[in-house]
Design a protein around this ligand. Structure first.
Ligand code: 5AD
Length: 449
């Protein structure tokens, strides 16, 4: 049977989609190749969120095409996911050696299409059509890959986004919001728990809008909070996380859920994007600075020690020095545990790309560096505050760099390394933090009664 190698770019949703495709192919008898050089099929699961991500995948494909021509005749090459969806046929027009372009609603068709290509029944396949119910097709899990992945699993709960932020290409790549049903998601999580998974991360482009149209609000609880409650009931699961939310989804029902549901980990990745009300409005984010800081305050009250992470864009069209300083001041005020900073990147067919006053690249760079410096200073201080503390971790497996070290995550989503062995695998245990490294805590298994 053929072998396949899948390389993934971008977010956790993309990782999850790749895993589901791999599981689907393994179920059909494919093997997973260790590298692209030995694979019969190479698939690039792509990201479109910034131009840089697209260029990386296109350059990779160029290399693959060159090597396939030289050394690997017959190798099937394909693009999957977001860039496949937004560029479609154009990708084959640019690189005619590419055989397959599969959009974000068609991952479940991968095996069928690869069979046709491998058998020579078809020579090129492009499928980027929409498909009803495709949100419920990302459900197969590998888990039997590395031990590292088997204790924690991603579960896709919804697809698409209707927020239409002016900078964002996601509505074009992932389509309209569609949610799976609560019983369907619970069934998948229960099955994962039976297979030894202790932590699930619920995934979607805007998870807090889960069930907006499909689930009726009950006792003031949104569909998303109802889903959290249902997943919380599952025996064997110890931890629940989710990503990505939208700040507008943090109503009191969700804030209270943190206090009420012990399995819901005290960690939140809440995208801010900008600290300036003027820019937030131009971005069409649907909240103001005050509202955002209010949410963080409430969350910290509900769950002291909660890890707060965020995404910020610098150099959005029209962003002045004053606007940027608002972002700096918000970061000083909120003290994020970490922030991912993105230089604004023009995306095709988005309103922001057409706006006047595009910020020169040099200024985007400069603001990126200034913000990074501030965010890193605060993050380092927050890391150092862990020294001497005892934290609970879920052990994921041996560290990639040093097999004598094991790696786990705190409930607030920080990576902890410790001297461990196979007996620690998949355990929930306490460690004492002894020192910090770059975005890592080093711990010692605490000696407990
Ligand atoms: N340019 C730069 N960053 C972007 N993001 C989304 N679209 C763009 C863009 N056009 C960032 C946002 C989002 C993260 C996943 O990527 O910060 O939260």
């Amino acid at each position: 049977m053929p072998s396949v190698f899948i390389k993934t770019y971008g977010c956790q949703m993309n990782e999850r989609d790749s895993e589901a495709v791999a599981a689907q192919l393994v179920a059909k008898g494919y093997s997973l190749a260790k590298s692209e050089a030995t694979a019969d099929v190479v698939l690039l699961n792509t990201c479109s969120v910034r131009d840089f991500a697209e260029q990386k995948a296109i350059n990779k494909m160029r290399n693959l095409v060159g090597n396939a021509r030289k050394d690997r005749p017959g190798q099937i090459l394909g693009y999957l996911g977001c860039m496949a969806q937004s560029r479609g046929q154009e990708l084959i027009d640019k690189l005619p050696d590419v055989d397959l372009v599969l959009g974000t609603q068609k991952f479940h068709r991968a095996a069928e299409y690869l069979d046709e290509l491998l058998a020579g029944k078809r020579t090129k396949i492009v499928d980027t059509a929409t498909e009803a119910k495709s949100e419920a097709t990302i459900r197969e899990h590998l888990l039997n890959g590395s031990a590292k992945t088997s204790v924690s699993a991603f579960v896709s709960i919804m697809q698409g986004c209707n927020q239409h932020c002016t900078f964002c290409i996601v509505p074009a790549t992932r389509g309209e919001e569609r949610s799976r049903t609560i019983p369907d998601i619970v069934a998948e999580c229960r099955e994962l728990a039976l297979r030894g998974v202790k932590e699930v991360t619920l995934l979607g482009q805007i998870v807090t809008s889960f069930g907006k149209r499909e689930v009726t609000v009950s006792n003031g609880k949104s569909g998303f909070v109802q889903l959290l409650e249902a997943v919380h009931e599952i025996e064997g699961l110890a931890r629940i996380r989710f990503t990505s939310p939208h700040p507008k989804g943090y109503g009191d029902d969700l804030v209270e859920a943190y206090a009420r549901l012990p399995k819901l980990c005290e960690s939140a990745h809440i995208p801010l994007q900008s600290g300036s009300d003027r820019i937030l409005k131009l971005m069409h984010r649907g909240y103001a600075r005050e509202k955002f800081t209010g949410i963080i305050q409430k969350l910290r009250q509900a769950k002291p020690g909660i890890g707060i992470y965020t995404d910020i864009i610098v150099g959005f069209p029209g962003e002045t020095e004053e606007d940027f300083e608002q972002t700096l001041s918000l970061c000083r005020e909120v003290e994020f545990d970490n922030a991912y900073i993105f230089k604004y990147s023009e995306r095709r067919d988005t309103p922001a790309a057409e706006m006047a006053d595009q910020v020169p690249q040099a200024i985007r760079e400069e603001r990126n560096e200034r913000l990074l410096k501030l965010v890193n200073e605060i993050a380092a201080r927050k890391y150092d505050a862990f020294i001497g503390k005892q934290v609970q971790i879920l052990v994921e497996g041996p560290s990639k760099k040093n097999a004598a070290r094991y790696t786990g995550r705190t409930r607030c989503n920080r990576i902890v390394l410790f001297d461990g062995s196979a007996r620690h695998q998949s355990q929930i245990m306490d460690v004492k933090i002894e020192r910090t490294g770059s975005f890592t805590l080093y711990g010692d298994p605490a000696i407990l009664e």
